[in-house]
Design a protein around this ligand. Structure first.
Ligand SMILES: [Zn+2]
Ligand SMILES: [Zn+2]
Length: 205
């Protein structure tokens, strides 16, 4: 597995381009802005992007959905509970940031336990509500992409619509902490970590 991380948009969200070295099939997680940079990276590596996954529907994770979809022909995936955020600028918070945004509709809805295959890589969808109702993490061998559920040394905000502090902690404890200590955490903002490091050092857990 190859992972390229790009901090995009004014909120510096992490957009991850993840691909299978053998087949060059790729997944783009959270294209939250700077579409031209994302597309340039995809072109440079010669990748075939099969899917775009939004870990949740906030503007800083979806703002380049349209352009990356247009540029790659990839299918857009999100959890059903966050699908309404794509079309509603008040729910995806873009309204409050001064430039209302509507994403294209999802092509497929992904729920807890489903698998996404990219070349020789397999990703399990983990539903992790708390930051939003339909937040998901993507787990693969040796790594987990946690969106705004878990950060290095912190956790996601729970004061937006659909947020719940109790649910967020439940999600982290039941879905993320059971992973191996060595499992790399790729969060929606900030640097990467490991599950073992967060288990011991994250003050919220
Ligand atoms: Zn968010
Ligand atoms: Zn975010």
């Amino acid at each position: 597995m190859q992972v390229k991380s790009l901090a995009v948009g004014s909120m510096m969200a992490n957009c991850y381009i993840v691909w299978c070295e053998e087949t060059k099939d790729a997944l783009v997680i959270d294209p939250g802005g700077d579409a031209s940079r994302i597309l340039a990276e995809i072109k440079k590596e010669g990748l075939k992007v099969k899917y775009i996954v939004n870990t949740h529907g906030h503007i800083d994770h979806i703002a380049a959905n349209y352009d990356v979809k247009e540029g790659t022909g990839a299918k857009l995936l999100i959890h059903p509970d966050d699908a309404p955020l794509l079309a509603h600028p008040d729910l995806n918070l873009s309204l409050y940031m001064g430039s209302p945004f509507q994403s294209p509709k999802a092509d497929m809805l992904i729920s807890d336990g489903e698998e996404i295959t990219i070349g020789n890589l397999r990703f399990e969808v983990l539903h992790t509500p708390g930051h939003t109702r339909g937040g998901v993490c993507l787990k693969t061998e040796g790594a987990i992409f946690t969106g705004d559920t878990l950060f290095a040394g912190s956790i996601g905000r729970t004061d937006f619509p659909g947020g719940s502090y109790k649910q967020l902690l439940d999600s982290i404890r039941s879905k993320i902490l059971p992973c191996d200590d060595s499992c790399v955490v790729y969060p929606g903002h900030g640097p990467a970590s490991t599950v073992g490091h967060e288990r011991v050092n994250n003050p919220f857990l």
